[in-house]
Design a protein around this ligand. Sequence first.
Ligand code: GTP
Ligand code: MG
Length: 193
Amino acid sequence: MGSGYDGLKAEFVTSSANPETFPHDGLPEIAFLGRSNVGKSSLLNALTRRKGLAFTSNTPGRTQTINFYRIDDAFYFVDLPGYGYARVPLPVARQWKQLVEHYLQQRENLKLSCLILDTRRGWMDPDRDLRRWLEHHGRPYLVVATKTDKLNRSESDRGLRAIREEGVEPLPFSALTGRGAREIWLAISKTLH
Ligand SMILES: Nc1nc2c(ncn2[C@@H]2O[C@H](COP(=O)(O)OP(=O)(O)OP(=O)(O)O)[C@@H](O)[C@H]2O)c(=O)[nH]1
Ligand SMILES: [Mg+2]
């Protein structure tokens, strides 16, 4: 799909609702996790500087499958469906849980999860559950506080402080301005090397 940012190659590989169709070339994976509509796909697009790579939308719960994007033929960005969208019918929610839990529990290639929070909202119960779950399963993660552009300086400081108060240092980010992309790349690179 061509190259762009610093010669970075980013290509959509597959959209999967079934572990049997996950890629099996063994490349390491970085997953993007968070509530529905929090900005997972936008983060992925901002990091690769490909606006239309991962599908973004105003309709929460748009991404229902696990989407794999191969970066530089070296690793995958994995866009996971969001949680906490109340209007998703129960069987769909169950299916989500099964699919995502399977991925997070079984996937050996998974090296790092980016747990994304909305800086305006901070930790919500499903985020806390997911964090506990990742810790319980010994999965490394980093916390990204997104949409900082929607807040002024003091509001965003307050939001970041509230996130920090629960014991993790968030990486502030904005898909709109690109704030924080460098720091997130740095954390990802450390994991991959
Ligand atoms: N202002 C601003 N808007 C953002 C930012 N990140 C995401 N958005 C907007 O928030 C909405 C949801 O973004 P997505 O990236 O589709 O969110 P998602 O987490 O992938 O959503 P699902 O796949 O439905 O779970 C879109 O309208 C984005 O344009 C950001 O940093 N700043
Ligand atoms: Mg999405």
